[in-house]
Write a protein that binds this ligand. Structure first.
Ligand SMILES: Cc1cc2nc3c(=O)[nH]c(=O)nc-3n(C[C@H](O)[C@H](O)[C@H](O)COP(=O)(O)OP(=O)(O)OC[C@H]3O[C@@H](n4cnc5c(N)ncnc54)[C@H](O)[C@@H]3O)c2cc1C
Length: 403
C-alpha cells in the first residue's frame, strides 16, 4: 500500500515515520521546500520547545478543542518522548514543564527526524510542491504540475498560514477544500503586539519578568505572568504570546498594564525604594539593581521626575508614582503583528468533518489530515508541536492499517 503525505513539517514527518513502521507500507513524503522541517528548525528561538509535560485539553483551542483528546490519549507526552528517545533524541524538561532537546538546538530535532526518514520504505521528495489533488477509483493522484504521484491513501500535513517565511501557506486549506472540506476564518495567534509607545526604541532587546493585564475598551480580558521582550515596534515574548490570542480575536481599543515586580506588593516596593531615598544617588539610579538598567530609567523618566536630581529630593508622592510605574505601567496596543510573524494559526479546516480517533476525513475515505492545518491551536509552551506529533502519529498509524 502506498501512502502519500503532503508536507514535510513536524506532523508530516511524524506521520511518515509512524506509517513506515508497517513494512507493507510504502510512504512518499512530499515537501515543497528544499529540505524538511524548515519551520521546526526555527522553533523555540532556535531551541525547539517540542512538548510540554502539562499538555491537556485546557491548552488547546478551536471550535471543537476536545477533538485533540483521542490523539493526545494515544500519543501523549510520555509516548512522544519515548518515541523520540527511540529515534535517538535526548530531551530535557524544564521546571515549567517545557521540553527541549538536551543539545538546546532545534536542529537536533530536525536532524534526528531527517536521519530516521532514511528508511527503505520512505521516499522523500523535496522541492515537490503539490498543486493538484484528485480522487481516483482506487486512491488519489497528486501533482506538482509536472509529475503525477499515485497513492492509496493520502495525508495532508501542510501546516497553517502562520510564519510564511518558514513555509506557512494557504496550500493545505486549498487542497482539502478541493475535497469539500471547509475552513474557519484564519487569525494569527501567538504573535507580538505593536505599540506606538515612544520609549520602545530605547528598550529594544530588554527582557523582563512581568505580570500583564490586557484590557479592551477598559475591560480586563486576560492576564498572564512570564517573560516579556521589548522590540523596536512593540512587545514580544511568551507572556505576550499568551495574551495575543484575545487581542487578535476582537477589535477595540486595547491597552495593557505591566507589573514588572509581581512578587512585591506596592508597600514592599515603596519600602525598598524609601531606603534608597536616604542616599544622594542620582534619581536615574533609583531602580538600578532592581530592574534592567534601561527599563528602570525609562520607568523613572515616565513619571516626570527630574533625572538629574538626587534620590533624597524625591517626595512621597513622586516615590509612589514610581512604584505605580513599576507595578502598573500602562501601554497602548496599536495592533497585533500579522500572520507572517505569528507562531501559529488560530482556525483552520473544520474538525467536525474528521474522525478524531483516526484523523480520517468523514467526507472522503482514505484521506487524512493532521497538524496545524486543522482548526486546533495550542497555547505557547510546546503545545503546538505536541499536537503536530500526536495528530501526525495517529494519522500515520491509521492510514497504515491494512485495507
Ligand atoms: C517562529 C516560530 C516558532 C515556533 N516555536 C514553537 C515552539 O517552540 N513550540 C511549539 O510547540 N510550537 C512552535 N511553533 C509552532 C509550530 O512550529 C507549528 O505549530 C508546527 O510546526 C506545525 O506543524 P505542521 O507539521 O502542521 O506544519 P509545518 O511544520 O508548518 O509543516 C508543514 C510543511 O508542509 C509544507 N507544505 C505546505 N504546502 C505544501 C504543498 N502544497 N506541497 C508540499 N509541501 C507543502 C511546508 O513547506 C512545511 O514544511 C513555532 C512557530 C513559528 C513560526
Amino acid at each position: 500500500m502506498v501512502i502519500g503525505i503532503i508536507g514535510g513539517g513536524a506532523a508530516g514527518m511524524a506521520a511518515a515515520l509512524t506509517a513506515s513502521e508497517n513494512e507493507n507500507v510504502q510512504v512518499v513524503l512530499m515537501e515543497r521546500q528544499s529540505r524538511v522541517g524548515r519551520k521546526l528548525s526555527a522553533t523555540g528561538n532556535g531551541r525547539c520547545n517540542l512538548s510540554n509535560m502539562h499538555a491537556a485539553l485546557r491548552h488547546y483551542h478551536g471550535q471543537q478543542p476536545d477533538f485533540v483528546l483521542p490523539a493526545l490519549n494515544r500519543f501523549g507526552v510520555a509516548q512522544t518522548l519515548s518515541w523520540f528517545e527511540e529515534l535517538g533524541l535526548y530531551t530535557v524538561c524544564e521546571t515549567s514543564g517545557k521540553v527541549y532537546p538536551y543539545s538546546d538546538q532545534a536542529n537536533s530535532v530536525v536532524d534526528v527526524l531527517r536521519l530516521n526518514l532514511n528508511r527503505p520504505n520512505i521516499e522523500l521528495r523535496t522541492g515537490f510542491e503539490v498543486q493538484r489533488v484528485r480522487k481516483t477509483d482506487d486512491g488519489f493522484t497528486v501533482s506538482d504540475g509536472n509529475e503525477n504521484i499515485s497513492c492509496d491513501r493520502l495525508i495532508i500535513a501542510c501546516g497553517g498560514l502562520a510564519g510564511s517565511k518558514l513555509g506557512g501557506s494557504m496550500s493545505g486549506y486549498k487542497l482539502l477544500g478541493k475535497f469539500g472540506h471547509r475552513s474557519t476564518k484564519l487569525r494569527p495567534a501567538l504573535v507580538q503586539l505593536k505599540s506606538d509607545w515612544k520609549a520602545l526604541a530605547g528598550l529594544k532587546g530588554v527582557r523582563a519578568n512581568c505580570h500583564i493585564q490586557v484590557f479592551c475598551d477598559s475591560v480586563l480580558h486576560s492576564e498572564s505572568t512570564g517573560e516579556l521582550q521589548f522590540t523596536e515596534y512593540g512587545l514580544s515574548g511568551p507572556v505576550i504570546f499568551e495574551v495575543s490570542r484575545d487581542v487578535c480575536a476582537r477589535s477595540g481599543s486595547w491597552s495593557c498594564k505591566l507589573d514588572f515586580i509581581p512578587e512585591l506588593s506596592d508597600g514592599q516596593l515603596f519600602g525598598m525604594l524609601d531606603r534608597k531615598r536616604k542616599t544622594s544617588l542620582p534619581v536615574q539610579e533609583l531602580l538600578t539593581g532592581i530592574l534592567h538598567n534601561r527599563l528602570g530609567r525609562v520607568l523613572t523618566q515616565a513619571v516626570g521626575v527630574s533625572m538629574s536630581s538626587t534620590c533624597d529630593s524625591l517626595s512621597d508622592t513622586e516615590l509612589r508614582q514610581i512604584v505605580q510605574a513599576v507595578k502598573a505601567f500602562e501601554v497602548q496596543i496599536a495592533e497585533p503583528m500579522g500572520m507572517d510573524h505569528a507562531q501559529v494559526t488560530a482556525g483552520g479546516v473544520l474538525t467536525e468533518q474528521f474522525d478524531p480517533d483516526t484523523m480520517e476525513s468523514l467526507l472522503v475515505p482514505g484521506l487524512y489530515a493532521c497538524g496545524e492545518v486543522l482548526d486546533i491551536d495550542g497555547d505557547c509552551g510546546g503545545y503546538n508541536l505536541q499536537w503536530a506529533w500526536s495528530s501526525g502519529r495517529l494519522a500515520g498509524i491509521s492510514a497504515g492499517k491494512e485495507m
